[in-house]
Design a protein around this ligand. Structure first.
Ligand code: DAH
Length: 342
C-alpha cells in the first residue's frame, strides 16, 4: 500500500507539471497516462495486491489519481488536432458553388412600374388593411347594405364577425385616405384583394389591384383622361391608343371603363383581344358626390377622379401570361423567364 502511495505521489508531480506545447506532446501524455496500457490502468491493476482492509482507502486514492490525470488532459484538449487539420487542407483553386440569383416576381415588377409612372405625376403611395370593415369596403363607397352592387363582387366574410371582410378591391384604401381629411389627395394604392371565386386560368380567389384617387378643386374628366393616357403610353408605348366606354360603379359618376388598342396584334385581331382589337384595362370615373359627403368633403367645392386596375391584367397584356394560377405556383420555370426584365 505504501509503495502504491509513493508511486502515485511521483506521478502526480509529473502530471501537475505537465505543460504540452502542441498536439504531439498532448498525445504522448494521453498514451503514457490514459492509454490502454497507460499508467492509470497499470496502477489500477495493483489493487489486487492491496490487503482487503485497505482496499477502500486505496480505491479512493486511485480514483482521485485517475481524475487528476484526466482533468490535466482535458485542460489542454484544445491543442488536439482535428481530422480536418491533418487530412484536408483548403484548396482555394476549387471553383465555388454558384448561388442562384433570385428574380423579382412579375406582379411586383409590374406593380412597381405602375406606381413609378404615377409617382412621376405627383401621386404618392397609400395602403390599407387586407381585412377591412364593411364601412371602408362597401358602405362609404356608396354601397349601403343591400345595395345590389355588392353582388358585383363575391365577398369572403370573416366567420366570427360578418362586419369584417377580406377586401374585395383596393377602393377601400381610397376611403381610408379620404377619412384622413387632408386635401388635396393624390394617391396610388397598390395591394392584394380577395374574392370568393373558383380558381381557374381566368379567375383566382386573390389577386392584385392598383387604385388611384385625385381630389382637389377643379378636377375634371379631362384630367382623368389625360392622366390615364399618360399612364398607357408609359406602360405600353406611345403608339397605344385608348378609348373610354360608359360603365357603372357605385362610387363614381360618371363611370367608364378604359380599353387600349391590343398590344399583341396592334388592333388587327388576335386571341388576347378576342378579335376586337381592344383590351379592357381598368375602371374609372369621377368620385361620386355621395362618397365625398361621406367623408365631409363638400362636392360643391371639391371634385375628384378615381380609377382601379388589376395588376394581373396589366401583366397578362404586357407579358402574355394566360393562366392566373402561374402567379402563385412558385414554379421557377415561370419565374425565371422574368430574369432579364427590369
Ligand atoms: N373597384 C373596382 C373593381 O374592383 C375598380 C374601380 C372602378 C375602381 C372604378 C375605381 C373606379 O376607383 O373609379 O372592379
Amino acid at each position: 500500500m505504501q509503495e502504491l502511495q509513493n508511486q502515485i505521489t511521483t506521478y502526480e508531480a509529473e502530471i501537475k507539471s505537465f505543460s504540452p506545447a502542441n498536439a504531439i506532446d498532448l498525445e504522448a501524455y494521453r498514451i503514457r497516462f490514459l492509454g490502454t496500457k497507460g499508467i492509470v490502468k497499470q496502477i489500477f491493476s495493483e489493487m489486487k495486491n492491496v490487503p482487503v482492509a485497505q482496499k477502500k482507502e486505496a480505491g479512493q486514492l486511485l480514483n482521485a489519481f485517475k481524475i487528476l490525470a484526466e482533468e490535466r488532459f482535458e485542460a489542454f484538449a484544445h491543442l488536439q488536432s482535428t481530422e480536418t487539420d491533418t487530412k484536408e487542407s483548403l484548396d482555394i483553386s476549387l471553383p465555388g458553388v454558384a448561388i442562384p440569383l433570385g428574380t423579382r416576381h412579375p406582379l411586383r415588377m409590374v406593380e412597381n412600374k405602375i406606381v413609378s409612372i404615377f409617382e412621376k405625376l405627383g401621386f404618392s403611395i397609400a395602403t390599407g388593411p387586407e381585412v377591412e370593415d364593411d364601412w371602408h369596403n362597401f358602405t362609404s363607397l356608396n354601397m349601403p347594405e343591400n345595395h345590389t352592387a355588392r353582388d358585383m363582387q363575391d365577398t369572403f366574410y370573416v366567420a366570427s364577425n360578418p362586419d369584417w371582410v377580406l377586401r374585395t378591391h383596393t377602393s377601400s384604401a381610397q376611403a381610408r385616405v379620404m377619412e384622413r381629411g387632408e386635401l388635396p389627395v393624390r394617391v396610388i394604392c397598390p395591394g392584394r384583394v380577395y374574392r370568393n371565386e373558383t380558381i381557374s386560368a381566368r379567375a383566382h380567389c386573390f389577386f392584385h389591384q392598383c387604385e388611384g384617387l385625385y381630389v382637389d378643386k377643379g378636377v375634371s374628366f379631362a384630367d382623368l383622361k389625360q392622366t390615364l393616357y399618360y399612364f398607357v403610353t408609359e406602360m405600353f408605348g406611345a403608339e397605344t391608343k385608348v378609348r373610354f366606354r360608359p360603365s357603372y360603379f357605385p362610387f363614381t359618376e360618371p363611370s367608364a371603363e378604359m380599353d387600349i388598342s391590343c398590344t399583341v396584334c396592334g388592333g388587327s385581331g388576335c386571341g388576347l383581344c378576342k378579335h376586337t382589337g381592344w383590351v379592357e384595362i381598368l375602371g374609372c370615373g369621377m368620385v361620386h358626390p355621395n362618397m365625398l359627403r361621406n367623408f365631409e368633403i363638400d362636392p360643391e367645392i371639391y371634385t375628384g377622379f378615381a380609377f382601379g386596375m388589376g395588376v394581373e391584367r396589366i401583366t397578362q397584356i404586357k407579358y402574355q401570361v394566360n393562366d392566373l394560377r402561374l402567379y402563385s405556383q412558385n414554379d421557377v420555370r415561370f419565374l425565371r423567364q422574368f430574369q432579364s426584365i427590369e
